[in-house]
Design a protein around this ligand. Structure first.
Ligand SMILES: NC(=O)c1ccc[n+]([C@@H]2O[C@H](COP(=O)([O-])OP(=O)(O)OC[C@H]3O[C@@H](n4cnc5c(N)ncnc54)[C@H](O)[C@@H]3O)[C@@H](O)[C@H]2O)c1
Ligand SMILES: [Zn+2]
Length: 304
């Protein structure tokens, strides 16, 4: 299938199932999803549905897919109405992360994956976070030893969280640290402008600032989060006019994590410890946003 998010759709799903049928796959056959998260989600969904479910193996080839999408059993496709609206929970029999596949991954995609790697340190493991601070140069050089240990630890964390809440009704929400704002940034910037890992990098900086205000995160720890993301080459601020900042808050209202009209956030109490379900007053959200939004300078707005 062609690369890109647009391939993660029902049409490709159908083509894929037609291929399985024409190759006469049986109940005991299995699928190997070799590729990034797009391939993993699509192939996993085909495996969940073909003959009411056959086995599949995740062989993720992007850093994001290795530390995130290949683990946890969420599979599915997008609809024109939104991302991941059709899907299933279908666990892979095996997740095989072959570091050799990462050699060809473009640096921008690699850095975007680091956005999720850093998130695991923030939400679950302060020691991992400290290690990332220390070993970042080696990671950026894709040092195989460091990479293997870090990727394995991320998978372990995700598996531990998912094991306790497979169908996403509670604890699994902590994996969404930085995502409420991140998803809204992806939506208003136009899908494709920011890679997911880049958008959630900005989202994590905003969530860290909100955590200082509303969950008692020490200021120095919020700064460490921002510094590590910046050192990883990820964006930590976004340029938006105040009109588009309002659109951003509106986009957040549309996010899945809104219940009874209130936007809920995952916030950090300390590095490695987060809580989900924080209801946040709109003015505090506005404050955290302005902290990551560089408004246009006077000069720019005049010349427009
Ligand atoms: N199921 C889940 O729990 C879950 C979690 C997070 C994200 N996702 C999904 O994952 C998808 C994003 O995954 P992604 O970031 O891997 O993007 P992707 O699958 O689109 O891959 C990014 C790009 O890298 C290319 N690529 C992949 N491996 C490569 C390699 N080794 N060398 C060179 N190029 C390579 C791809 O062709 C593509 O152009 C989204 O659809 C998202 O919804 C799912
Ligand atoms: Zn994510």
């Amino acid at each position: 299938m062609p690369a890109g998010e647009t391939s993660k759709c029902l049409k490709t799903f159908q083509t894929c199932c037609d291929q399985l049928a024409s190759h006469r796959l049986e109940r005991t056959s299995f699928i190997v999803a070799l590729g990034g998260g797009v391939v993993g989600d699509l192939a996993g969904f085909a495996a969940s549905a073909y003959l009411r479910g056959i086995a599949f193996v995740q062989a993720p080839t992007t850093l994001l897919a290795q530390v995130d999408s290949s683990v946890g059993g969420k599979v599915g496709v997008n609809l024109p109405a939104g991302k991941n609206l059709v899907g299933a929970f279908h666990q892979p029999r095996l997740v095989l992360c072959d570091l050799a596949t990462l050699r060809t991954l473009p640096q921008r995609e690699f850095r975007a994956g680091l956005g999720e790697v850093i998130k695991y340190g923030v939400i679950y493991d302060a020691a991992l976070f400290a290690r990332l601070e220390r070993d970042l140069p080696k990671l950026l050089r894709r040092d195989a030893g460091v990479l293997a240990e870090v990727i394995a630890r991320c998978c372990e964390i995700k598996a531990e969280v998912v094991r306790q809440d497979e169908t996403d009704t509670g604890l699994r929400a902590i994996l969404n640290f930085g995502h409420t704002i991140g998803h809204a940034i992806e939506a208003i910037a136009g899908y494709g402008k920011y890679l997911h890992g880049e958008a959630i990098s900005i989202g994590q900086v905003a969530a860290a600032k909100l955590s200082v205000r509303a969950a008692g995160l020490p200021v120095e720890e919020a700064e460490r989060i921002e510094n590590l993301l910046a050192r990883a080459g990820l964006p930590v601020a976004i340029k938006l006019s105040s009109r588009r900042q309002a659109a951003l808050i509106e986009a957040m209202q549309l996010d899945k994590k809104v219940s009874d009209g209130q936007i809920r956030f995952v916030l950090a109490r300390r590095l490695g410890q987060v809580e989900s379900g924080h209801k946040i007053a709109p003015e505090w959200i506005g404050e955290a946003l302005s902290a990551v939004c560089r408004s246009r300078t006077l000069h720019e707005s005049r010349s427009r």
